[in-house]
Design a protein around this ligand. Sequence first.
Ligand code: APR
Length: 233
Amino acid sequence: MKKLVILSGAGISAESGISTFRDAGGLWDKYPVMQVASIEGYEADPELVINFYNERRKQLLDVKPNQGHMLCAELEKYFDVTVVTQNVDNLHERAGSHNIIHLHGELTKVCSSYNPNNPKYIKELKPEEFEVKMGDKAGDGSQLRPFIVWFGEDVPRIADAAYEAEKADIFVIIGTSMNVYPAAGLLNYVPYNAEVYLIDPKDVYIDTERKITHIKKGASEGMKELMRLIAEG
Ligand code: APR
C-alpha cells in the first residue's frame, strides 16, 4: 500500500463550525494570541488561559466532523494513512482516522503544569469533566493545565511526524496557512518524487520549488476532488 500523509490545520474544521486562527474574524482576531496561547501568558494568568480552553473544549460537544474529516478516514481503505494535525480538536478521531499525530496537543486532555509531557499525568477528560478549575491538581500536585503546545514550548511529536513525512508517496496539505513552524517545515522531509497536494480555498505561500497541485476548494469539496485525482493516478 502506498503511504499517504496528511498535514491538516484549522481550515479542515472550519466547515464543522470551529474558527480558524488567521482568517478574517478568526480566533487571533478575537484574542491576544500571546495571552491565551503562550507559556508566558499561562504563567501570567493561568485562570484566564484555563477558561479560554474550557470554552474551546466545551465547543467540541456542539460540533461534529465534516466530510473533509470523513474522507481523510476513508483514504485508509486505499492507502497507509497518517494524519499529522495542528488541530487540537478531536474531529479526525471522531471521523474514524486511526493514525493521528497531534503536533499542538489535544483539547480533551489535561496535564501537569510542572512537566506537561510527563505521560504519567496526561489525562483524557470525560465530557462531564470538560470544565477545569483553578485548584484542580495533576497527579504531581501541580495545577492541572490544558495539554496544548503553546508558543514558546517544544513540539515533542515533530520527530514522529517527520519520520512519517519521509515515507510519504503522497503528501496532502489541507486547511493550514503554513505559517507556524516546525509544522510548516514538514514538507521539507517529503521525498522529492512524492506527489504533493494543497487543499485550500485561498492561495497559500509555501517556500518551496517543488510542484504542488493546488485544489482551490474547501475541505469537503477539495477532498472529493483529491480522491478523484489520486484514484486516476
Ligand atoms: N477548507 C479548507 N481550508 C480552509 C477553509 C475550508 N473551509 N477555510 C479556511 N481555510 C484555510 C485558510 O485559507 C487558511 O489557509 O485554512 C487555513 C487556516 O490557517 P490558520 O488560521 O493560520 O490555521 P493553521 O494553519 O492551522 O494555524 C497553525 O497556528 O495559532 C497556531 O497553534 C495554532 O495550530 C495553529 C497553528
